[in-house]
Design a protein around this ligand. Structure first.
Ligand code: FAD
Ligand code: NDP
Length: 640
């Protein structure tokens, strides 16, 4: 018999325990066989397998006893290879019998079926415990408990999975995991902002992010539509039109409440236990749940951390006392008045855009550049257009203090431009949009060995969203170096649950994630920026097809932004591979979503050219791009 026996992950005490158990089982099996019963090692299931001959039975029993991990395999079987790969990749030594290469293979397989009740291979035992085949082994390693199982640790807990954070990622993971019949719990708790704002279940996107932002973006666009309406022949007294901030906030908040309710209902319908409590780890399988009045403990085999992030505050006088953030803006009871927005990325520009559009005097304080990380040609177009809408930009400036005048309520802001104390201004509302920090500080991650990035404080995860503790995962904004976007958190949560509980091997693909900046004129993009493409491939290898254009709906108002689209291509690839698409125009988000599919599927410039446009639309511009930047020809707007 050819046996590959490798070393064992088993202690002497455990040896004794196993030998005793095995001896006891042998004795009981003997009596069962004697009185005509046969019981498998899996439990009390009766096997119809005829009682095999003594030597094979003895061999199998000894092999299982002598190898802490014992695999009965067939050399040609792909599932057996996969099982061996699992142990190899975890550095675990195993003993293996290739039944097809063994002269007594048939007898051994018959004995194995008698003992385990399983006919197929691989047939795996760990520490004398029957695991089953690859499909039973799979969840053990995918959920990170393989080491626990090998060292004889506990593997049954109150919950299969507990999710910390009920935002975009957490809710998606909970729904998916419960769909696979797992016992799932989710805890969500909103720590009030320094000004006391709090909200319901659903996380940032629903309560203080995408949803209220997009609704307010729409509210501000209606003002433009009304102004356009006059040019299109509608007649009404423009002076008589006013915007009611309080009414808009009430409407938006009422919609948000319906979403909060919907999520509670979804959890209930999916049998996910919901705790409105703040979670922090006691150990890697135990979570403390704290409300304002109670404290309790739950245990789970696996955890997903999906705690997202919260706005940062600069460490300067008055920031937390007098300024608001996006956490407070969307439920603000009074009109914002004259606004200063500090920061120049997504949150700052989107909020500045709709506040200005709603009629509030709005300034943006920019430390360095607009939209770091985005295509800078497109960022310039956004700035130009926002200036034309009336937004003021205070460049190269940072605030140094905020002080409120108790009589007038105005907040005096002092700032430094290029290091010199030159800026001073009074505003009714200061909106800080200087980035977000991950909610990791109070989870006791250090205490349980979950590693966070030293500067970003986000959780370090591998390509399977696994943290440094193999039973704990992290998704969404709290995970390091991932795009902070709702669909990314949702997709990551869903795919993770499928990998954990449905034998999926699909990883979250963080490349070519499309996004849109909802500034007054939107900007949508997917793939490389020009600067990234040059850095990655070199200037000589890329080209840019581009076109400025007038969108038809705006042509007679003369107030419409000059729209612009560009495709970045790899010239050397046959038919030119498109590696980036950018568009600046109304509803850019809607347009780029569809084209992102093409780029994901490896579309070439020729595919874009072969695609028949829909006329007259804005999106058709991508089907008619002929001017390259390298040609030096003008990409100025042309007729239809
Ligand atoms: P979150 O949605 O932040 O959810 C985390 C939840 O966990 C929160 O409810 C939090 O209170 C809770 N929590 C934290 N710690 C604990 C704890 N210890 N115990 C229990 N609960 C805890 N993305 C887009 O795709 N499109 C947009 O248009 C867009 N607009 C945005 C506009 C703004 C103003 C902001 C701020 C963000 C925007 N985003 C947008 C980003 C998007 O909101 C986030 O990427 C997304 O919400 C991240 O989801 P998440 O599940 O990782 O975390
Ligand atoms: P970002 O981290 O993207 O940007 C922070 C901005 O604040 C930068 O302009 C930065 O300037 C500036 N800043 C940082 N510190 C200071 C300071 N001390 N003083 C002055 N300015 C400062 O954060 P956001 O909050 O805008 O966005 C967070 C994330 O939320 C985004 O990455 C995005 O993924 C997501 N989001 C998505 C949206 C969408 O999909 N439409 C909308 C809104 C948010 P500098 O460049 O100099 O560092």
């Amino acid at each position: 018999m050819k046996v590959v026996t490798m070393n064992h992950c088993i202690t002497n005490e455990k040896w004794k325990l196993i030998s005793t158990k095995l001896a006891a089982r042998k004795a009981s099996r003997k009596s069962e066989v004697a009185d005509g019963r046969s019981v498998s090692r899996r439990g009390s299931r009766k096997s119809e397998t005829p009682v095999p001959t003594g030597p094979a039975l003895k061999f199998v029993e000894e092999f299982i006893t002598n190898n802490s991990i014992a695999i009965f395999s067939k050399s040609w079987c792909p599932w057996c290879s996969k099982a061996k790969e699992v142990f190899n990749s975890h550095g675990l030594k195993y003993g293996v019998i290739e039944l097809d290469l063994d002269e007594n293979g048939a007898n051994i397989q018959q004995a194995l079926k008698y003992i385990s009740g399983q006919k197929t291979v691989p047939n795996i035992y760990i520490n004398n415990r029957h695991i089953g085949g690859y499909s039973e082994l799979y969840p053990i390693f995918e959920t990170g408990v393989l080491d626990d199982v090998c060292s004889g640790g506990q593997i049954d807990f109150e919950y299969d999975l507990v999710i910390i954070g009920g935002g975009s990622g957490g809710l998606a993971a909970a729904r998916e995991a419960s769909g696979f019949g797992k016992k799932v719990a989710l805890c969500d708790f909103v720590v009030p902002s320094p000004l006391g704002t709090k909200w319901g279940l659903g996380g940032t996107c629903v309560n203080v992010g995408c949803i209220p932002k997009k609704l307010m973006h729409r509210a501000s666009q209606i003002r433009n539509d009304m102004s356009d309406a006059l040019d299109f022949g509608w007649e009404f007294n423009k002076e008589g039109v006013a915007h009611n901030w309080e009414k808009m906030v009430t409407q938006v908040q009422s919609y948000i409440k319906s979403l909060n309710f919907g999520y509670r209902k979804m959890l209930m319908e999916n049998n996910v236990k919901y705790f409105n409590a703040f979670g922090s780890f006691v150990d890697k399988h135990t979570l403390k749940l704290k409300t304002d009045t109670t404290e309790s403990i739950i245990s789970a085999r696996n955890f997903i951390i999906a705690t997202g992030g919260r706005p940062k505050y600069p460490d300067i006088p008055g920031a937390k006392q007098f300024c608001i953030t996006s956490d407070d803006l969307f439920s603000m009871k009074h009109r914002p008045g004259k606004v200063l927005v500090v920061g120049a990325s997504y949150v700052a520009l989107e909020c500045a855009g709709f506040l200005n559009g709603l009629g509030y005097d709005t300034s943006v304080m920019v430390r360095s550049i607009l939209l770091r990380g985005f295509d800078q040609q497109m960022a310039e177009k956004i700035e130009e257009h926002m200036i034309s809408c009336g937004v003021k930009f205070i460049k190269n400036t940072v605030p140094t203090s905020f002080k409120k005048n108790d009589k007038t309520g105005a907040i005096t802001t002092l700032g430094e431009t290029n290091g010199k104390k030159t800026f001073s201004g009074a505003f009714d509302t200061i909106l800080l949009a200087v980035g977000r920090e991950a909610c990791t500080a109070k989870l006791n991650l250090e205490g349980i060995g979950v590693k966070i990035h030293p500067t970003s404080k986000r959780i370090i995860v591998d390509e399977k969203e696994r943290t440094s503790v193999p039973t704990i995962f992290a998704i969404g904004d709290v995970a390091d170096e991932k795009p902070e976007l709702t669909p990314v958190a949702i997709q990551a949560g869903k795919l993770l649950a499928m990998r954990l509980y449905n034998m999926s091997t699909q990883l979250m693909d963080y490349k070519n994630v499309p996004t849109s900046v909802f500034t007054p004129c939107e900007y949508g993009c997917v793939g490389f920026t020009e600067a990234e493409a040059i850095t990655k491939h070199g200037e000589a290898k890329i080209d840019v097809y581009h076109q400025e254009f007038a969108y038809l709906e705006g042509v007679i108002t003369e107030k419409a932004p000059k729209s612009y689209a560009k495709l970045i291509v790899l010239k050397e690839e046959k038919d030119e591979l498109v590696i980036g698409a950018h568009i600046f125009c109304p509803n850019a988000g809607e347009i780029i979503q569809g084209f992102a599919l093409g780029i994901r599927m490896g579309a070439k410039k020729k595919d874009f050219d072969d695609l028949v446009g829909i006329h007259p639309t804005v999106a058709e511009v991508f089907t008619t791009l002929t001017i390259t930047k390298s040609s030096g020809k003008s990409a100025g707007a042309t007729g239809c």
